[in-house]
Design a protein around this ligand. Structure first.
Ligand code: IPE
Ligand code: IPE
Ligand code: MG
Length: 243
């Protein structure tokens, strides 16, 4: 593949530091091909790997992907099981990322996950903790509201223990308790699949994020689609309330 403009010409200081991706459209991709929804998730997982490598290649510092939401438990049991099994396979496989120097972190509530999955997650986080090529946050059983809630709860605990004064809780302090800490807020969130909503992804963190919604299903997503989203981001005027 010939290098794209983003890979070769764009000033690296212009690319987003932190990109979030809502990996959506696996089910519709499979349906279009008369395949079971599971095969869409398999293809989606392959695309996830490819796009992660590409993000590192073009100098993205943090990539946060939405893999499974708290609300996704409401899907049929077979579909949830197949996604969890896929996660298992990938957690083993993901050790391939070791050679890529990628720090892997899981964000979301682990309590509802099977023990073996949690163990693998912890292993992967521990093995990759000093890698500095890129940080990859994988959101599993994640909900933006729960993220804010668990932060509020832990802050309350800190106040109760006397480690923190309530009047010292400001945005900076609050952010320290979010799952994504110490990563900066996402500059760009990409959602393929044609849906134009956040579906409970990084609510607090996306206060000033640029959104790019794309009419493509995640399993069809390519490096060139990521380039397009980044080009659109580069052309946006981020004002942060100023003029
Ligand atoms: C995203 O694809 C994967 C998960 C939510 C786990 P979907 O499974 O939501 O695909 P669509 O939206 O039904 O096409
Ligand atoms: C969002 O996709 C969650 C993930 C991609 C993991 P959904 O498919 O669950 O979102 P809705 O239901 O269309 O809002
Ligand atoms: Mg969906």
């Amino acid at each position: 593949m010939t290098p794209s403009k983003i890979e070769s010409e764009i000033d690296k200081s212009l690319v987003p530091v932190h990109i979030g991706i809502i990996m959506d459209g696996n089910g519709r991709w499979a349906k279009k091909r008369r395949l079971p929804r599971t095969s869409g998730h398999y293809k989606g997982a392959e695309v996830f790997k490819k796009i992660t490598r590409y993000c590192k290649k073009i100098g993205i510092s943090v990539l946060t992907v939405f893999a499974f939401s708290t609300e996704n438990w409401q899907r049929p049991k077979e579909e949830v099981n197949s996604i969890m099994n896929l996660l298992r396979t990938y957690l083993v496989d993901a050790f391939g990322f070791k050679d890529e120097n990628i720090k892997i972190r899981f964000i979301g509530n682990r309590e509802a996950l099977d023990e073996d999955i949690v163990k693998k997650m912890e292993e992967l986080e521990s093995v990759s903790k000093d890698f500095d090529g890129m940080t990859l946050n994988i959101a599993v059983n994640y909900s933006g509201r729960t993220d804010v809630l668990q932060a509020a709860r832990r802050l309350a605990e800190s106040v109760k223990e006397g480690a923190l004064e309530a009047e010292n809780i400001d945005e900076k302090e609050f952010s320290k308790y979010l799952y994504t800490y110490p990563c900066p807020d996402p500059d760009l969130i990409i959602r393929p699949s044609g849906e134009c909503r956040l579906s409970n992804f990084m609510l607090w963190q996306s206060a000033y994020t640029e959104f790019v919604f794309m009419d493509i299903l995640w399993p069809d997503f390519t490096e060139r689609d990521l380039d397009k989203a980044i080009e659109e981001y580069i052309n946006r005027d981020r004002r942060f309330g100023k003029i």
